[in-house]
Design a protein around this ligand. Sequence first.
Ligand SMILES: *[C@@H]1O[C@H](CO)[C@@H](O)[C@H](O)[C@H]1NC(C)=O
Ligand SMILES: *[C@@H]1O[C@H](CO)[C@@H](O)[C@H](O)[C@H]1NC(C)=O
Length: 391
Amino acid sequence: MASKLTILLFFFFFFFTIALFTPTKAAFNVFDFGAKPGGQTDSAKAFLAAWAAACASPAPATIVVPKGRYLLNKVAFNGPCKSPSIKIQLQGTLVAPSYSVIGTADQWIHFYRIDNLSVFGGTLDGQGSKLWACKLAGRSCPDGAATLVFSGMNNLLINGLTSLNSELAHIVINGCNGVTMQGIMVIAAENSPNTDGLHVQMSTAVTITKATLKTGDDCISIGPGMNGLWIEDVFCGPGHGISIGSLGKDMQEPGVQNVTVTGATFSGTQNGVRIKTWGRPSLGFVKGVRFEHIVMQNVQNPIVITQNYCPTQKNCPGQNSGVKISDVTYNDVQGTSATPVAVNFDCSPSNPCRGIKLQNIKLTYDNKQAQSSCTHAAGTTAGFVVPESCL
Ligand SMILES: *[C@@H]1O[C@H](CO)[C@@H](O)[C@H](O)[C@H]1NC(C)=O
Ligand SMILES: *[C@@H]1O[C@H](CO)[C@@H](O)[C@H](O)[C@H]1NC(C)=O
């Protein structure tokens, strides 16, 4: 009898001790750090305290942001962290302060040098409309801050996040390796200046799936040094389309390679799929790009390459782009163009586009066949190609 009790007690303490000293998952609720959900009180300090606790946790950590609106001043969540992984469960909405407070900062919310971060759900409200009004009125106003920037991250997951009314770009991925963005929604007014939806650059292995992007500038913009980008099942409009570039502003610039866009709908956008470079000398390049299974609905420039971008007419007029564009495939691109020229390859005289491939293209304008235009572009066609290829 006594020995049975001893054995029972032994097991009880054995498991109790194991439970006590095995790092299990740690949860950190921003309420416990003083966050106020009424949307009036700055909760940045509370969020940073929750971050510090999660980041220092030896176990995988979860930060919980319950429902509610949280006013958040400019914040930076920095790594590296002790925790092997951090999950942010964002049930509430984070609200930016006015542009007079953060309009001169590079970004509102910054995540820097963190491995294995995942962000689930939530809404970011950049409150950018007053800044857009200031810019549209031609008054002197600050540039504005990007809503959410990730830099130096490894293995990042963003799932089901919504970004509203950013001052500048919505979400920026810079210098990251291994990024998955699923079910992202971006919303800003059609006339909002410089509100790129998703901007990616200097990164490898980035995947964007099931995104709904409605904004005033590019739905997705792809900057220098992007290597390995997969974009699948994206809706864009209003917006300026999916753009590789602007590239080639600088002489020394890493190229863009291995980019796939598969399954995208563009509705009423300025561009569909675009490659855009400055008319300036550069060692940059674009190679290994596939645009496929794309529907165009009343798009102004459905398929476009322009290599003479020179917005301010300073430091570039009359110069050729040094960016070398090669191995770009357009496959199964169909729908309607809002202008007569639906396919426009305006390449650099000194660095003509090579290896352009058009396959199964059908774009109409005003119920008639659209036109195509080629300058310094070479390549091949396969299947049906309407408008007729000028390659
Ligand atoms: C991130 O996760 C991977 C895979 O689970 C793990 O090997 C790595 O150590 C983690 N990184 C950090 C900094 O803990
Ligand atoms: C291209 O990028 C994809 C990710 O989108 C990656 O899986 C693949 O290995 C890359 N291919 C090359 C040749 O680098």
